[in-house]
Design a protein around this ligand. Structure first.
Ligand code: GLN
Length: 308
């Protein structure tokens, strides 16, 4: 293996050019906004401990964060409950799809915070007396990870809420189990807004870096969450972040990450950097095809594999 490249010098546009001809995968059809996404959007971004952010072309193109929000929702729930969120949601990988209608047997808790059931629950654990207050708290908390003020795409949030039948089913199931304390529809409405927050590859890389670097945003110097919470979240990304593709991901890429149906993948390389690789066409696990190949290349070129 050749020596690891310097992340300050890696040619991200050359990597993007290598990824573009990869034409496998399909865009999500779960909502019209994702079905209409540009299939050739392709971006790679890195956020480094010195606060520098580098990206390829398309690094500033906005998209909805979708499930890449889940690690940050878990972090905010841990912060707002003083860690008690760990009693309310499991942390075991499921080996199943992100929207599987399944809770932990025996407890009725969501299996982990990286699948939909878990994220619907963590949204309900953040501070706020009603859905609007919780959604505002989430957007403010995500903005602190991002180092800039983020916003919800209302059309995406509306579609998610209207068309997310499986998410409504999961919320009702958790109500029935007594594990979700708020109204099912309120819980889905907040989760839909969290998934609809607009980011770009550069922003997502900074968010990933904030988790990778002990909870402090390297661009603003602001602490988003405690080092303990950042560590806990990255650990759960490592085991559960790519759903039923998590084992394969950990072997091949070896960097804790979270995939999403918008084709965005956020990576947190502990103590090293944050990264985002983004392109809408997805494989059968709901992971961006170009994103996975790009992440493998970044891991190899920069020597990021945690077991490397
Ligand atoms: N908003 C999407 C959903 O709830 C998020 C899923 C994902 O990105 N994997 O179905």
């Amino acid at each position: 293996m050749s020596a690891a490249a310097d992340p300050r010098e890696l040619d991200l546009d050359a990597l993007r050019q290598r990824l573009l001809p990869e034409s496998g995968g399909e865009r999500s059809t779960s909502i019209p906004e994702l079905a209409d996404a540009d299939p050739d959007l392709c971006a790679i971004a890195l956020a480094l401990p010195d606060g520098s952010v580098r990206s390829s072309a398309d690094g500033a193109v906005p998209f909805s964060i979708q499930s890449a929000v889940k690690p940050f929702l878990f972090a905010l729930a841990l912060a707002d409950t003083d860690g008690a969120a760990l009693d309310r949601v499991g942390i075991e990988p499921t080996g199943e799809a992100f929207d599987a209608i399944k809770l932990e047997s025996g407890t009725g808790r969501p299996p982990n915070p990286m699948v939909n059931a878990g994220a619907i629950l963590t949204c309900a654990l953040v501070d706020g007396d009603d859905p609007d207050e919780r959604a505002s708290r989430i957007v403010a908390g995500l903005s602190s990870f991002a180092g800039r003020r983020l916003e919800v795409d209302d059309d995406v949030a509306h579609s998610e809420h209207l068309l997310g039948d499986r998410n409504h089913a999961l919320a009702h199931l958790m109500r029935d189990e007594g594990t979700l304390a708020v109204r099912a529809d309120d819980a889905v409405s907040v989760y839909a807004r969290a998934c609809a927050v607009l980011v770009n590859a550069q922003t997502l890389a900074v968010m990933g870096a904030t988790l990778a670097l002990g909870g402090v945003n390297p661009v603003t110097g602001e602490r988003a969450v405690s080092a303990r919470i950042a560590r806990d979240v990255v650990a759960v990304m490592a085991t559960c972040g790519v759903y039923d593709g998590s084992g394969r991901w950990m072997r091949a890429v070896g960097v804790p990450a979270k995939s999403s149906v918008s084709g965005a993948i956020v990576l947190s390389a502990p103590g090293r950097l944050g990264a985002a690789v983004v392109s809408p066409p997805l494989d059968e696990h709901g992971t961006s095809v170009r994103g996975r190949i790009g992440a493998e290349t970044l891991s190899d070129d920069l020597g990021l594999h945690v077991f490397g």
